[in-house]
Design a protein around this ligand. Structure first.
Ligand code: M6R
Length: 614
């Protein structure tokens, strides 16, 4: 949940590290730090708060000779787990000698034991973090100038997850990088190497990258990358090409990444579906699933495991698999799944849905399903992510990088891909070609439908202005619009801190209706989809309690004009694709409410983009 950057090359390292770190700030933003070689030792600067604060301090506190002269370094932006976001707990951490600095993503599970052992050997610690313990461990194993073997030994000793970059004053021209369960990407430039926990920090420098495997350790200099296993055995890793360019990681004139990503949805959905629809055969082509029609026909049950927004996409997917593929489908919160004793059979397909591909609970659910012999597949956005690798088969979203902490385009692309999967599965089972052709056409029309919702931006912003001061709101929906209601409420609470609850419309009168009063609005999804007629009654129930209703309706539907205080119009779509335009409208509503409240939209309090801890 933190961000790591490292650099070795001919350019002044501090400025490059700070600007690259800023591109990772969405991963965590409570404190930051940097270490560079300095006159035979190391200069380390750490600061609570944003990377900007750290950058200001580097410019004011470090002499020009250091700022301009350092040609290597490591930096980190933190999302606190072990210990509050103080200067002492910020990374980089140093070993006992002060000559080795380390930045770490992940959790060292046996850090308390290691700390006790090292304290008994005379080590003293400045922070409460597990990461500092790991750095001291590297220092303890560091003998005869061989930092590589010290890192390998520390990796064998430490349990848990780690992505690390290590800098040693004795070798100011090299970094040691290692990975176990927490991603590290090595970017190969012209006579320079940039390493990071996320390609967003690399893409401005190069598009040639090496993704480390778990338990890989790499020695990195300006002109070379040498990869070994944690047993110190040389291995070769292929150089891949990054799919996206540096503009993809910029705001591109938008006030926030979230708004940019909302507006990217027509293109993102186009990219997710491009080349994957076979209208002639009324099916979808998803080569990454690597499943023959017979294998698909033999699946007995779909189990989707995911968290947050990805789980909401799975809840929409459940309808699609049941409707189109006649396939029983369950959706499980990944943490629940891993800690229950789930009953799985080899005929179950467990589909892990994760934008980042790094969510700890979803990853653990994949491992549990693998252990129990189920077929597993991934639906990820980040290429080369841990879940994508561990599932070994699946479908990439191709939505482009999602930087905004509140997930937007990933959701609509996940639903688009689930729709294509359900279509393909259906065609291998009982779905007719004619129905398949209809669905292909509905999917192909999605980018245009998304663009038409975006045309409502100003209208939605005006409605949002009326609700920016509320404290509570309910979102209600039925059928596929129930998970969309959950997702709409999640978006609003994440970025505006308004208490928003998503409910099935039928559930309202089983309790939550007690909360309704004139200051508690209800956003009711009343599109032309199954359940609409019942929604009329639900809206009347809310009005009877004097709650203002914001109705989301299809096209020109006028039925709700008199019942609702406000009406948001989305283009009329076939029921199967309708969740997408509605979700976009709710993203815009949440965005404008948060903007009007002056919230930090791209970096909401307490959140980080990928949740790599339980
Ligand atoms: O990367 P993942 O899709 O696995 O992330 C899952 C959730 O952490 C994520 O969707 C979270 O709920 C977002 N902040 C939602 O906007």
């Amino acid at each position: 949940m933190c961000g790591i950057v490292g650099y070795v090359g001919p350019r002044p390292a501090p400025e490059l590290l700070i600007s690259s770190l800023q591109r990772l700030e969405y991963r965590g933003y409570d404190s930051a730090g940097i270490a560079v070689p300095d006159g035979g030792g190391l200069a380390v600067l750490k600061s609570p708060g944003k990377v900007r604060t750290l950058g200001d301090r580097v410019r004011s506190e470090w002499a020009p000779a250091l700022r301009e002269g350092a040609r290597a370094g490591i930096a980190h932006t933190r999302w606190a787990t072990h210990g509050p976001p103080t200067q002492a707990n910020a990374h980089p951490h140093c070993d006992q000698s002060g000559r080795i600095a380390l930045v770490h993503n992940g959790i060292i599970e046996n850090y308390a034991d290691i700390r006790r052992q090292l304290e008994a050997q005379g080590h003293t610690f400045a922070s409460q973090t597990d990461s500092e313990v790991l750095c001291h461990l590297v220092g303890e194993y560091y003998r005869d100038g061989d930092l590589l073997q010290a890192v390998c030994a520390a990796m064998r000793h430490a349990e848990g997850t780690l992505g690390i970059a290590v800098l040693c004053a004795d070798r100011p021209d090299q970094l040691i990088i290692a990975r176990r369960g927490s991603p590290i990407v090595i970017g190969i430039g012209d006579d320079e190497t940039v390493v990071a926990s996320d390609a967003a920090a690399i893409v401005a420098h190069t598009n040639r990258v090496i993704y480390l495997n778990d338990d890989d350790v790499a020695v990195v200099t300006a002109g070379s990358v040498e990869v070994r296993t944690a047993q110190n055995v040389p291995v070769s890793r292929e150089v891949a090409k990054l799919e996206w360019d540096s503009e993809a990681a910029e705001k591109g004139g938008f006030a926030h990444f979230m708004l940019k990503e909302i507006f990217e949805q027509p293109d993102a959905i186009r990219n997710s579906t491009r080349g994957r629809l076979d209208e002639g055969a009324g099916t979808a082509k998803l080569g990454g699933l690597a499943m023959a029609p017979r294998e698909i026909a033999e699946i007995g049950r779909m189990v989707m495991v995911a968290c947050g927004t990805s789980m909401h996409a799975g809840l929409v997917g459940r309808f699609l698999f049941e409707d189109l593929a006649d396939l029983p489908a369950d959706v499980e919160q990944a943490a629940e799944f891993r800690y229950r004793n789930p009953i799985l059979s080899p005929r179950d397909l467990v589909l892990a849905i994760s934008q980042s591909g790094e969510t700890a609970d979803t990853l653990a659910a994949v491992r549990e399903a693998k252990q129990k012999g189920a077929v597993i597949a991934g639906l990820c956005n980040v290429v080369g992510s841990t879940i994508a690798r561990e599932t070994g088969r699946g479908v990439y979203l191709h939505a482009g990088p999602e930087i905004g902490v509140a997930s937007t385009k990933a959701f609509t692309c996940q639903v688009s891909v689930l729709l294509m999967m359900a279509l393909k599965f259906g065609r291998c089972r009982r779905l007719s070609r004619d129905r398949g052709v209809e669905i292909c056409r509905a999917i192909a029309a999605l980018p245009d439908a998304a663009a038409r919702v975006l045309e409502q931006n100003d209208a939605i912003a005006k409605i949002a202005a009326k609700y920016a001061a509320i404290r509570d709101i309910f979102y209600i929906g039925r059928g596929t619009m129930y998970p969309v209601a959950l997702e709409g409420a999640l978006k609003l609470k994440e970025i505006s801190y308004i208490h928003a609850e998503g409910y099935h419309a039928a559930e309202l009168k089983h309790g939550p209706i007690a909360m309704l009063e004139p200051v508690v609005p209800v956003l009711a999804i009343a599109t032309d989809t199954p359940g609409r007629e019942k929604m009329v009654g639900n809206i009347q129930e809310c009005r009877a309690r004097h709650s203002p209703v914001i109705a989301v309706v299809s096209g020109d539907d006028r039925q709700f004009d008199d019942m609702a205080a406000d009406v948001i119009r989305v283009p009329a779509c076939p029921a199967l694709t309708a969740p997408i335009p509605v979700a976009i409208a709710l993203q815009l509503f949440a965005y404008h409410v948060a903007r009007l409240k002056g919230c930090e939209i791209d970096q909401p309090r307490n959140l980080a983009k990928s949740v790599t801890v339980e």
